[in-house]
Ligand binder design. Structure first.
Ligand code: NAD
Ligand code: GLY
Length: 353
């Protein structure tokens, strides 16, 4: 068992990483929430048939009364309709403030169930059981929960930390290659921003099977970095912004494909390569780094260039009518394994793009 703690004063929680953990989930949840009687298990239509029963059974064996809530798989479920259905379902189930909500799935389920838990009865304890690589290395840790609005992604949300995060790496075996690659974009990001030796390790293990052969090390390293950053800046007003490396430009590529042609991970992969190129042009980033990142993301089938209009770039950097302020802090690398916030005039950035 690999264990990490997210050391937030008064709200610290553990991340447990172990193959075969799912059937033991109930016992671990019971040990952090000994007073809880009911567990609202939230999952999606892809994950429910794969792992729903294992977790529900484990919760029952641990003494919980369990009800499972299944939302349709996909980003569309991160919406106010599904949120309201969960609230009503929790109320009919008789969930109380001493009970818990358990999210079993990818980032969509984690964000939606977490926001439902944060707002139900002004806060019900929340457990994350992430089943995608992205959710295991990123979204299940750090307490950002949200739904999307028709006006944009993640516009209604909260900071609401889970009480426990349980990761069973064997769940990754059933992921499609594209979904695994999306998670790899975030894994590579951690190496770029915070750990040169991890970046080198990824270069030496640049296949899905090599990553899976070392998955404990990969998950532990990413979660260690994320936990450190979150502990220093939980509310995202400073250092946590380094986690956005590749994401500002990635957003432009997602916009360019109308959120359909390119996945988030594909946008981030290209965004990291482009951000490294920008850093090189500005004399900040070492010259070899954009090529190294491009080779690494390509090895996982992620793109290194995506056609994008000036309008998409302008919207992504907040230079359209909705953007506030004329400057932006772009996250750039000043050396392999180290990121800095680089303040720039948005017009200068757009001209460089
Ligand atoms: P997702 O939750 O949609 O999962 C991707 C697909 O994989 C879905 O079809 C899902 O049903 C399926 N799936 C999940 N686990 C599976 C498994 N083990 N085997 C087979 N299929 C499985 O997407 P995601 O990439 O996990 O998460 C993306 C979401 O996360 C976005 O909404 C994004 O905004 C959010 N996010 C949140 C944070 C945060 O800090 N809260 C960080 C990054 C991303
Ligand atoms: N995914 C970025 C963050 O948690 O801040």
């Amino acid at each position: 068992m690999l264990t990490l703690t997210v050391p937030l004063p008064g709200r610290e929680y553990d991340i447990l990483i172990q193959p075969g953990l799912l059937p033991q989930a109930g016992g671990y949840i019971c040990s952090v929430l000994p007073g809880a009687r009911k567990a609202a298990l939230v999952t999606d239509s892809h994950v429910a048939p794969l792992y729903g029963e294992i977790v529900a059974h484990s919760l029952s064996l641990a003494g919980f009364q369990v009800e499972t809530f299944v939302v349709p798989a996909g980003e569309e479920s991160k919406c106010s309709d599904q949120l309201a259905k969960l609230w009503s379902g929790f109320a009919r189930f008789g969930l109380t403030r001493t009970d818990c909500v358990v999210a079993l799935g990818g980032g969509v389920v984690g964000d939606l169930a977490g926001f439902a838990a944060a707002t139900m009865l002004r806060g019900v304890a929340f457990i994350q059981i992430p089943t995608t690589l992205l959710a295991q290395v990123d979204s299940s840790v750090g307490g950002k929960v949200a739904i999307d609005l028709p006006e944009g992604k993640n516009l209604a949300g909260a900071f609401y930390q889970p009480r426990l995060v349980l990761m069973d790496p064997t769940t990754l075996d059933t992921l499609p290659d594209e979904t695994f690659a999306d998670g790899m974009a975030e894994v590579i990001k951690y190496g770029c921003i915070a750990d040169q030796s991890f970046l080198e390790f990824l270069g030496q293990h640049a296949t899905r099977s090599a990553i899976m052969a070392n998955i404990g090390h990969v998950l532990h390293t990413c979660c260690r970095i994320k936990a450190e950053v979150v502990a220093e800046d939980e509310l995202d007003t400073g250092r946590r912004m380094i986690l956005n490396f590749g994401h500002t430009l990635g957003h432009a590529y997602e916009l360019a494909g109308h959120y359909r042609t390119y996945t988030h991970g594909q946008g981030v992969a290209t965004g990291m390569v482009r951000a490294a190129e920008l850093g090189i042009s500005l004399g900040l980033t070492p010259a070899h780094l954009s090529g190294s990142i491009a080779r690494l993301v390509s090895a996982f089938g992620l793109p290194t260039a995506i056609p994008c209009t000036q309008d998409d770039y302008a919207a992504a950097i907040g230079l359209d009518k909705k953007g506030a302020g004329s400057s932006i802090s772009l996250i750039l690398l000043d050396r392999p394994g180290h990121a800095v916030a680089y303040p720039m005039e948005k017009q200068q950035l757009l001209a460089m793009l």
